[in-house]
Every structure is written in structure tokens, then in C-alpha cells.
Design a binder for this molecule. Structure first.
Ligand code: AMP
Ligand code: ZN
Length: 486
């Protein structure tokens, strides 16, 4: 098998050659556990799960070592715990458990290891000590800071020079920093009772508001806590070694998070690279807009799976997964109800053909080839459509290989067609309402308000009614008919 992957570091697609084929190592930045994971967070989890599965297929499951961390030390966690008046531990445990439940429903395999920042504090302190000893970091005002100027090629991943970054820096620079781009490795924690909180004085349970604190490194006497970037450098080194094969995450992490991970790890270990291949998934937006709480389009994985918040009904985890993989991982993705409706129809059709079929020993080669080409999942899915057609015509060998390919991708595992219609039930739409919708859509089109026209179509689709446009053969006018989707 020959796998090619696009490498952010070299800005090219490259043939993947592991450092050690008996121990292929991948690290992916996992969630910061302060709130339910949203559907954008699900994207790297699903994308790198597909890569994990492909690597296991290529090198053998026991030869792939995948670490996806849990960030359980972070200021957002402290703030949320104070807001909810729960202990930090309670919040992180609860959120991590919810995350596991959510992604299991999306067909995501557990990684080989799932390190937590709080279990690696000694390793983080040691990294601080090493970086100071090697002249790459300094102590100032209770902080340990990375001296960016001490690294000749800082900025290689994001492809920016230090001068450019400094010129663009809008943040107010803390007075104790030597250079404006220097970043925190370790910082002091405010003692009990002094933590920032929105709570009125007097009502606060100070015990719960103390920032988490550990003995500090580098001769700093006051207790402190690690910076976010340092956490990943320490965890990846511990579980995968100073240099490993693949490092992944969302595109937003390229700078500063991954740039700073690289700076810390390379300077501490004296290596040319931290990971050979850096992979980044594109961003997800919802119905054409950035997801945000204020826009009211913020959707958690749990909302999709268990509530009717998106499209008026809950969606099966595999439907969500297939919908996600319909776009190449490096492209931006627009998350729409229509996408889910289509994915569901595809899965129902696949299930009708493949339920009860015994999978072949190896997945179909064409699907595999598409995945080997920088995880080209949209191409894999279009191949799957073709194979399903052939399987429906009675080609048993194709059916078996297709089923094996679908299992490899985590898309289908013997569900029945109806299983994918979670809570959709029989459509609850009166015929009058459908007629009104068709008319409203026609009006919207005439007014060239195509967004509204599409919204009406999606709304009907989400309720099990598919609107179909045709032309009146005599007048040439558009005529819309409808049918129940299932
Ligand atoms: P966070 O918990 O914010 O650190 O994010 C966890 C992972 O989700 C990171 O790899 C982010 O890059 C990724 N991520 C966050 N928001 C989105 C989004 N809207 N689309 C795609 N990936 C995202
Ligand atoms: Zn990270």
C-alpha cells in the first residue's frame, strides 16, 4: 500500500514513509474539556479516525500508535467551573465522558492512548528546565517564557517570518517578555480566593475558584500551571517519542499552537522536526455561517444525535459521519440539513443491498486507493455509489468487498435501512402545508430569493417530504411535485 498525505510543513502531497513501520505514530490535538464538543470539533476526530483505520489496514492494527489527548488544564475550564460552581475535576470528568459517548456514536475508534494533561505535569516541568538550560527559555515574573528569537527557523509551519509576526501582533505585550512573540511555557496560578470570577464577592466558594496549581520548575517558588502548547509537547514525547510520524488537528491550530509545539519540542530535543507530516482539517460552518452561540447556530454533537435542534429531528451517528466525509478533509465544509438527508438516503440504500452480506477479507481496492490518495473520502464515496449499484444488480463479490470497505471507513456495519431514520417516524405534514410550501418556494424563486427557496426545500426534506422539480412539457413552466422520502 502506498499512502500519500498533504504535509502542511512542505505544502505538498508526499508519499508517506513511516519512521518505523512496526510502530507508526500519530498525535492529534484533542478537545479542551469544558463544554460539549460541537460539530466542528467532530471533524478532526472523524477525519483522523479514518486515517487511523487506514494506517491499521496498511501496517497492521498492532503497529499503529495513535495518541489523542484530553486538555484538562486550561483557563476556559477554570472559568467555566467557577461559573457553574463545580470543581474543575467534576467539570472535566463530566465533559470527557460526554465526549466519549458522542464520538463513539460517530463510529470513532478509541485511540491507542488518550493522555491527559494533568497526568503529565512532571514531564512539562522537565521540558521547562531543559529549555531554560539550553538557552531557549527564560524566567520572568513567575513565568517561564519561550525565547522565540533563540530559534532560527521559528515560523516554518505557518510560513511566516518572525518580523512579519511581530509587525502583525496586535496583542498588548506583557512587560516581562523579551520579545513580543515569546510565549508562555509555565505561568503562576492565583492562590485560593484570588482567581478571576464573575461571582459576587461573599457568595463564592473560594475552594472551587482556586486556579489549579502545581510546584513550579526553574526555581520559581510560587505554584503555577503549564501553558497549553507545552501540554502537547510533553504528552506527545511521552507516548510517541521526540520525533514521530504524523501530527494532526484543525487548521486553526497551525498558528500559534502547532508552531509553538514545534518550537518547544525541537529546541528541547535538538531535532530537525517534531513530526514528519503535519495535517490540518478545514473548518466547518453551518448553513453558510460561522458557528457561534450569538448566531444561534451552535450545534453540539449531542444536539445532532439526540435532539431535534438541527433539521427538526435527531440523526443517526453514521449519517453524521458519512455527511462529514462527503467533503475532502482539507476543504471547508458547509453543514446543512440537506447533506444529512442525502447521507441518510445513501445509507438506507446501502443497507438494503448489504444487510446480512458477509464482508470480504479485504476492502474493495478502488475505495482503498481513493483513501490512500490523501484521504480522498468524497472520491471513495462516489466509488461506493458505483459499487452499490453493481451489488444491487447481483454482483456478490462486489457486495462483499464493498461491505468490507464500508466497515474500514466506519460508515456501515450491518444496520437495517430503517435504523438510519432515528425518530423521523412517518412524516407529519398535512398536504395543505406541502402545497403552501411549494407555492412559497415558487414565489421565492420568482423573487430570485434562492436562499429562501432552498430553505423551504430543506425544511420539507427534513420532515420526510422531498420536493421534485420538473418541467411541464407543454408550457415549459416548472412544476413541483412531492413524494414521501421513505
Ligand atoms: P478545541 O477544543 O477548540 O481546541 O478544538 C478541538 C479540535 O477541533 C481542534 O483540532 C480544532 O482545530 C477543531 N475545530 C474547532 N472548531 C472547528 C470547526 N468549526 N471546524 C473544524 N474543526 C474545528
Ligand atoms: Zn496540541
Amino acid at each position: 500500500m502506498s499512502i500519500s498525505l498533504y504535509n502542511t510543513l512542505t505544502r505538498r502531497k508526499e508519499l508517506f514513509t513511516p519512521l518505523d513501520p512496526d510502530n507508526v505514530r500519530m498525535y492529534v490535538c484533542g478537545p479542551t474539556v469544558y463544554d460539549h464538543a460541537h460539530i466542528g470539533n467532530a471533524r478532526p476526530v472523524i477525519v483522523f479516525d479514518v486515517l487511523f483505520r487506514l494506517l491499521r489496514q496498511a501496517y497492521g492494527p498492532e503497529h499503529v500508535n495513535y495518541a489523542r489527548n484530553i486538555t484538562d488544564v486550561d483557563d476556559k475550564i477554570n472559568a467555566r467551573a467557577a461559573e457553574e460552581r463545580v470543581s474543575i475535576r467534576e467539570l472535566t470528568e463530566r465533559t470527557a465522558a460526554q465526549f466519549h459517548k458522542d464520538i463513539a456514536a460517530l463510529g470513532v475508534l478509541p485511540p491507542t492512548v488518550e493522555p491527559r494533561a494533568t497526568d503529565h505535569i512532571p514531564e512539562m516541568r522537565a521540558l521547562c528546565e531543559t529549555l531554560v538550560a539550553k538557552g531557549h527559555a527564560y524566567v520572568a515574573d513567575g513565568h517561564v517564557l519561550f525565547d522565540v528569537a533563540s530559534m532560527a527557523d521559528y515560523g516554518r509551519l505557518s510560513n511566516r517570518s518572525l518580523e512579519e509576526m511581530e509587525a502583525g501582533a496586535r496583542v498588548e505585550v506583557a512587560p516581562y517578555k523579551k520579545g513580543p512573540m515569546d510565549f508562555v511555557l509555565w505561568k503562576p496560578s492565583k492562590p485560593v480566593g484570588q482567581a478571576d470570577t464573575n461571582q459576587p464577592v461573599g457568595q463564592a466558594d473560594t475552594n472551587q475558584q482556586a486556579e489549579p496549581a502545581w510546584p513550579s520548575p526553574c526555581g520559581i517558588t510560587a505554584p503555577g500551571r503549564p501553558g497549553w502548547h507545552l501540554e502537547c509537547s510533553a504528552m506527545s514525547e511521552k507516548h510517541l517519542g521526540p520525533v514521530f510520524d504524523i501530527h494532526g488537528g484543525g487548521i486553526d491550530l497551525v498558528f500559534p499552537h502547532h508552531e509553538n509545539e514545534i518550537a518547544q519540542s525541537r529546541c528541547a530535543h535538538g531535532t530537525q522536526v517534531m513530526a514528519n507530516v503535519w495535517m490540518h482539517n478545514g473548518f466547518l460552518q453551518v448553513e453558510g455561517e460561522k458557528m457561534s452561540k450569538s448566531l444561534g447556530n451552535f450545534i453540539t454533537i449531542n444536539d445532532l444525535l439526540e435532539t431535534d435542534k438541527f433539521g427538526g429531528q435527531p440523526w443517526h451517528g453514521r449519517v453524521v459521519r458519512l455527511a462529514m466525509l462527503g467533503t475532502h478533509y482539507r476543504q471547508p465544509i458547509d453543514w446543512t440539513v440537506d447533506r444529512l438527508v442525502q447521507a441518510r438516503a445513501t445509507l438506507a440504500e446501502i443497507a438494503e443491498t448489504l444487510v446480512g452480506v458477509t464482508p470480504a477479507a479485504a476492502p474493495h481496492g478502488d475505495v482503498l486507493a481513493a483513501l490512500e490518495d490523501d484521504l480522498n473520502t468524497p472520491s471513495a464515496i462516489s466509488i461506493i455509489h458505483g459499487l452499490a449499484k453493481s451489488a444491487r444488480r447481483g454482483n456478490a463479490a462486489t457486495a462483499a468487498e464493498l461491505k468490507s470497505a464500508l466497515q474500514l471507513m466506519g460508515i456501515y456495519d450491518n444496520e437495517k435501512p430503517d435504523d438510519f431514520f432515528v425518530g423521523a417516524g412517518a412524516p407529519q405534514v398535512e398536504e395543505d402545508e406541502i402545497a403552501e410550501a411549494i407555492q412559497a418556494r415558487l414565489d421565492a424563486r420568482r423573487a430570485r430569493d434562492f436562499k429562501e427557496a432552498d430553505r423551504i426545500r430543506d425544511d420539507m426534506a427534513s420532515r420526510g417530504i422531498q420536493l421534485k422539480d420538473g418541467k411541464d412539457p407543454k408550457t415549459g413552466e416548472i412544476v413541483t411535485t412531492w413524494e414521501v422520502r421513505r
